[in-house]
Design a protein around this ligand. Structure first.
Ligand code: NCD
Ligand code: ZN
Length: 346
């Protein structure tokens, strides 16, 4: 018997589209299933000003396949030089949806990020005033902090002080990876939300390290131990409106992943919905999938959910390509390590 599931068209609240040939190669993978995406600004050089965002948005629109039903939601990369008035004007015009905070050195292309949080106080205060969300890469970059503890330490040392000092600031903790992240969201109010990626619902650190190092499972924040993965699954499948999908699909060409100093990022745009349906079914929570993929995110961002729908049907295992070929080179598609039975109907 075929089982099927109808969802509002999903959105991706954390996505890397890159630029140039890579953008052209990966954009159709997201536009096929997703209505909107929060587009990360960590290009080289980063998307810092409203003018940068307008130009990047233009390049994304030009790369969209004919007839695609997809809207990029732009973000600005917060630096210690960011002008609060430029941010406010870009938000008021509808061009930019959110600002992204990278602690300097935390992840791919984060060198222009923030070192001294006092220097961005004016921008954060302006954002609180206008209700503009701050998307936070929540990892403490102090070299003395163990990489597996970076998220928990960031909450205590940076995030909680920033939120206390800036009442009304709306914050999304991006790609949470720990039970500590889940608990911090649960202990706060509706001004704090969190995205959870597809891959962090599926892999723990053993998947990266046991039986040989698996570069395609390496991303930042790095996957943690199994108990943390279970806390993420519980949060995602709970229906709690503060948790929503942000795939953090982050393409890098294979030679840069399969490398002595491999890049961080998992590419999940192609098979995310099949993966999520499997995770939610295993958790006995298929009835909560739509909230996670299609309703909670828009509610946090104060946007209407998409009108269009998408149908998932369950049947024999679905074959996805191991890689997609882009003009920049091959990109390996995330391998969940189990068969995927749910397919998006064309
Ligand atoms: C992202 C990238 O490659 O841009 N990498 C990753 O591992 N997630 C950056 C990020 O979101 O941290
Ligand atoms: Zn990311």
């Amino acid at each position: 018997m075929t089982q099927s599931l109808i969802l509002r068209r999903p959105d991706d609240w954390h996505l890397h589209l890159r630029d140039g040939a890579m953008l052209a190669g990966v954009l159709p993978e997201t536009a096929r299933h997703f209505g909107r995406a929060i587009v990360m600004p960590n290009l080289v050089p980063p998307v810092v000003t409203g003018a940068d965002a307008a130009a990047y948005r233009g390049r994304i629109m030009a790369a969209l396949p004919e007839g695609a039903d997809f809207t990029p939601l732009m973000t600005l990369y917060l630096t210690e030089q960011t002008d609060p008035n430029d941010v406010a004007a870009a938000h008021a015009s509808g061009l930019v949806t959110a600002v992204k905070l990278y602690p300097a050195g935390a992840t791919t292309n984060s060198a222009s990020g923030v070192t001294d949080f006092d220097k961005v106080r004016g921008v954060l205060e302006k954002m609180a005033e206008i209700g503009m969300p701050l998307c936070v890469h929540g990892e403490d970059t102090d070299p003395a902090v163990d990489i597996f503890d970076r998220e928990a330490v960031f909450i205590d040392r940076v995030l909680d002080p920033i939120r206390r000092a800036t009442p009304g600031l709306r914050v999304v903790m991006e790609h949470i990876t720990t039970a500590d992240g889940v608990a911090y969201v649960q202990a706060n109010d509706a001004d704090l939300g969190a995205t959870i990626t597809t891959h962090h619902l599926i892999i723990n650190r053993n998947h990266i390290l046991v039986g040989g190092i698996k570069p395609h499972y390496y991303c930042l924040p790095v996957a943690k131990r199994e108990s943390h993965r279970q806390a993420l699954v519980q949060a995602a499948t709970s229906g709690d409106a503060r948790f929503f999908l942000g795939t953090d699909s982050a393409p890098h060409i294979d030679p840069l992943k399969e490398n002595a100093c491999g890049c961080a990022g998992c590419f999940t745009a192609t098979n995310t919905l099949s993966c999520l349906a499997e995770v939610f079914e295993t958790a006995g929570a298929l009835d909560k999938l739509e909230a996670f993929t299609s309703l909670n995110g828009p509610a946090f961002y104060r946007l209407p959910p998409n009108e269009a729908t998408l149908t998932l049907t369950k049947g024999a295992p679905v074959a996805y390509p191991a890689k997609i070929q882009t003009g920049a080179g091959p990109v390996t598609v995330f391998d969940p390590g189990f068969p995927l039975h749910w397919q998006v109907e064309a």
